[in-house]
Design a protein around this ligand. Structure first.
Ligand code: NAD
Ligand code: DAU
Length: 376
């Protein structure tokens, strides 16, 4: 399955035996953990506070699948450390316990609308949390010796939102100046700067990636694509912010995982890589494409697009994001494997099959699909 240039059947190079994935109970981190369990022999340790957007159902299913395939329950290579990055001592203890060869840092508060309502959690998790992790990882790395120290890396997973907002032309690349404009993107930009500073000052071996909008299975249903699928399926108004002409550059989550594994293991130290799949669409195009899928899969007498409802715009709404992925393509050979049309069709089908899961995670989170992020 994997197209990565590693030993047969593995998504990791030789010698990487223990991987610490922060945010492994979230959407993208969960996809990373599942891939590592299925396509490597490494021990995978998830560090996550298990917040509102977390769910382990998909990872537990892979654990069962691997146990049935012969590993048995005692062969389980996944462990969860339920730790809040805001707690420096707990982070330090978790990194010592995990004893990683590779750290993939995905844990973050990730929803722009929630950052508008409550920026404090973003400062705590994304900035202080990254600081605590960097300190713990630096201590761990300094205690390693020989080949383990040579091989060790920390990969910081970030977003294209740190670059701000584009006009109708141009794309973000690794040399675009930072210009974050929401509490979320400002907190991610700050974390990127901390990671680079730990590299330049202490020599910590780091790699960074800045990716565009992800979509796919197991995403907590508060962001555009799952919100629209669930609203359309329920026959409820579909909220389109502002004029619906804002552009995002969509990437299927498994294509992002390919890029992350390449960057984490083969990226040049101290370097950042922009990741995006040439998937630019206006929000209106995305919403209409989902409605067309629903019309085919769940005919409702009238087209689902009648439900599209213009609502107040997001405060400070970035107009356009688009990524030029030339560096990761030419240096690391990354290419997306899914077109937007195929990825979206698979995602719509997945959510329609998983309405019970959506209901359960929304209930657990105390969220019922209401509008978030209208500044008071
Ligand atoms: P998510 O919200 O689905 O998952 C984030 C996970 O991090 C959750 O399980 C949460 O509990 C955990 N977490 C948050 N704060 C924590 C803390 N203080 N301590 C421990 N765990 C904590 O997010 P996602 O969409 O999977 O995003 C993962 C990473 O990828 C984030 O760093 C995000 O900035 C970045 N990113 C996301 C996208 C996207 O489109 N979703 C695109 C580019 C980059
Ligand atoms: O670009 C990468 C970023 O993409 C990640 O760093 C973030 O973690 C991730 O949440 C995402 O941020 P966005 O703000 O772009 O994603 P969201 O799905 O919240 O919104 C996508 C677009 O759709 C945006 O222009 C706002 C609009 N929107 C969103 C929602 C939830 C709507 O029109 N209606 C909605 O109900």
């Amino acid at each position: 399955m994997t197209s990565l240039p590693f030993p047969a059947g593995s998504c990791l190079p030789e010698g990487i035996e223990r991987v610490l994935v922060t945010g492994g109970a979230g959407f993208i981190g969960g996809a990373v953990v599942r891939r590592l369990l299925r396509e490597s022999r490494a021990q995978v340790i998830t560090l996550d506070k298990c917040g509102y957007a977390s769910d382990l159902t998909s990872i537990e299913a892979v654990e069962r699948e691997l146990a049935e395939a012969g590993g048995g329950p005692e062969g389980n290579r996944h462990r969860l450390l339920r730790v809040d990055l805001a707690d420096a001592e707990a982070v330090d203890a978790a990194v010592r316990e995990a004893d990683p060869d590779l750290v993939m840092h995905l844990a973050a508060e990730s929803h722009v609308d929630r950052s508008i309502e409550g920026p404090g959690a973003f400062i705590s998790s994304n900035i202080s949390g990254t600081f605590h992790l960097l300190q713990a990882v630096r201590q761990h790395w300094q205690g390693l010796s020989g080949a383990r120290r040579e091989r060790f890396r920390m990969h910081h997973i970030s977003t294209d939102e740190v670059f701000g907002s584009l006009g109708p032309e141009g794309r973000f690349s690794e040399t675009t100046p930072y210009d974050p404009r929401s509490p979320y993107s400002a907190s991610k930009a700050a974390s990127d700067h901390l990671v680079q500073a730990w590299h330049h000052t202490y020599g910590l071996p780091v790699v960074l990636t800045n990716c565009s909008n992800n979509y796919g299975p197991w995403q907590f249903p508060e962001k555009l694509i799952p919100v629209v699928i669930l609203k359309a399926a329920a026959g409820e108004p579909i909220p389109l912010y502002g004029d619906g002409a804002n552009v995002r550059d969509w990437l299927y989550v498994e294509d992002h995982v390919d890029a992350l594994l390449l960057a984490a293991t083969r990226g040049q130290l101290g370097r950042s890589y922009c990741v995006g799949g040439h998937g630019e669409r206006t929000n209106r195009q995305v919403v209409e494409a989902i409605c067309a899928q629903l019309d085919a899969l769940r005919p409702a007498g009238a087209t689902h697009s009648r439900l599209i409802t213009r609502v107040d715009d997001r405060p400070g709404h970035d107009r356009r994001y688009a990524i030029d992925p030339a560096r990761i393509t030419s240096e690391l050979g990354w290419q997306p494997r899914h077109s937007f049309e195929d990825g979206l069709a698979a995602t719509v089908r997945w959510y329609l099959d998983q309405l019970d899961w959506c209901e359960r995670v929304r209930q657990q989170a105390g969220y019922s699909g209401e509008r978030l992020g209208v500044a008071g």
